[in-house]
Design a protein around this ligand. Structure first.
Ligand code: ZN
Ligand code: ZN
Length: 382
């Protein structure tokens, strides 16, 4: 596969107004899902899910959703913040705010009465569950699986635009730092400059701690940047992303400092081919597991099967690792509207490693990448 240069559709340009979030639509989808699970109401306690549904970003927020509306329980520290974030989130009027203390539990108990109330079993501690059982004594509590995380898999227009914006910032930031891929520059210095470039271009955060792994460190998939200077002949794995309005992009490129050796070229080509094959296999309706099997198959054929030591990809969004996870254990089906990474790698201890990662939108007939930085062991245009 040949590399593509940065495309710049309007939503992906590093400036301009982003489309609004459809949070009313999300609340409706959540209600329908709770209905299917046989509960009258649900208490959402996972912060990222509260944010997705309301726009509220505070650390103390519990969201009760029922047929009549929704109530966000928070505390006095967040009175102003919750009002402004709910207004900005487009749910002002759809979600009311109630103080969590001192009478929040009583308010909730009166509101739910003897209804069946779902709770996020993966996020409620045994102690919290005991307290909930006590305070909602007339209600029936029903454990729910990751209902909201499943809804969050399909990205709406506003979410896709934010991820495209973040990915475009990362593309541009990397292009601006390629000349620093020379002997003597440390992993740490490269990382700090790349991070700074993303923030200067309008990122409001980093997706995660940027990985810059050179030489033997490149054989460690999640190496942290060190003070090791790049040396001639190093492979350098750079895995990074920008954050826009809570949404984080994710991309990996691998380069060589100076002229690559035959062995490095072969390793890179094998991973690149595996990644291209994995992307070609992405389409609405296919098994998630098959994407991993496609990549693993190519690396196997090329003699690097044992060097591929992680899953092939994951969803991205408000969290850097969201459902679905594309691995040998995946059991789901890819659906249009998902945004997932395809990131096979091969790691040879003592020699170095290669990973190539794009984030792509799943469509009915294939996929559309949102990461566009050129690929190749030798940085293009430097
Ligand atoms: Zn990554
Ligand atoms: Zn990733």
């Amino acid at each position: 596969m040949t590399s593509k240069s940065a495309a710049s559709p309007s939503s992906a340009s590093p400036s301009g107004v982003l489309p609004p979030m459809d949070r009313a639509g999300r609340l409706d989808r959540a209600r329908r899902a709770f209905d299917e699970h046989g509960v009258d109401a649900a208490l959402i306690t996972t912060p990222v899910n509260v944010r997705w549904l309301t726009g509220f970003t505070g650390s103390n927020g519990r969201l009760l959703i029922d047929a009549d509306g929704a109530v966000l329980y928070t505390d006095g520290r967040y009175t102003e913040q919750s009002a402004s974030e709910l207004a900005a989130g487009g749910v002002d009027g759809l979600v009311t705010v109630h103080d969590a203390a001192p009478d929040g539990q009583r308010h909730m108990a009166e509101r739910v009465g003897n209804a069946t109330v779902g709770f996020e079993a993966g996020n409620v501690s045994v102690a919290d569950h005991g307290q909930l059982t006590e305070s909602l004594e007339d209600a029936t509590l029903e454990p729910l699986g990751p209902v909201i995380a499943e809804l969050r898999q399909i990205k709406d227009v506003g979410e896709r635009a934010r991820l495209e914006r973040a990915a475009a910032i990362a593309d541009t930031a990397l292009a601006s730092r390629l000349e620093a891929l020379v002997p003597g520059v440390t992993e740490r210095a490269f990382q700090l400059d790349l991070d700074r470039a993303m923030l200067d271009l309008g990122a409001d955060a980093l997706s995660f701690e940027t990985i810059v792994a050179s030489g033997p460190n490149s054989a460690l998939p999640h190496a942290r940047p060190s003070n090791r200077p790049f040396e001639d002949g190093d492979l350098v794995v750079i895995d990074f992303g920008a954050g826009v309005d809570g949404y984080g992009s994710d991309m990996t490129r691998t380069f060589c400092i100076g002229e690559p050796s035959e062995r490095q070229l072969d390793l890179y080509d094998a991973v690149h081919q595996a990644q291209a094959a994995g992307k070609s296999a992405v389409r609405d309706g296919v098994d998630e597991r098959s994407i991993h099997e496609t990549c693993a198959g190519v690396l196997d054929e090329r003699g690097y099967g044992d060097a591929f030591i992680h899953g092939t990809g994951h969803g991205i969004g408000l969290e850097i690792h969201e459902q679905p996870i594309l691995s040998p254990r995946s059991v789901g089906i890819l659906r249009a509207g998902l945004i997932v990474t395809v990131e096979p790698g091969a790691y040879l201890t003592g020699f170095g490693g290669v990973r190539v990662e794009d984030s792509v939108v799943v469509t009915a007939s294939g996929c559309e990448p949102i990461t566009h930085a050129p690929k190749g062991l030798v940085p293009a245009g430097v």
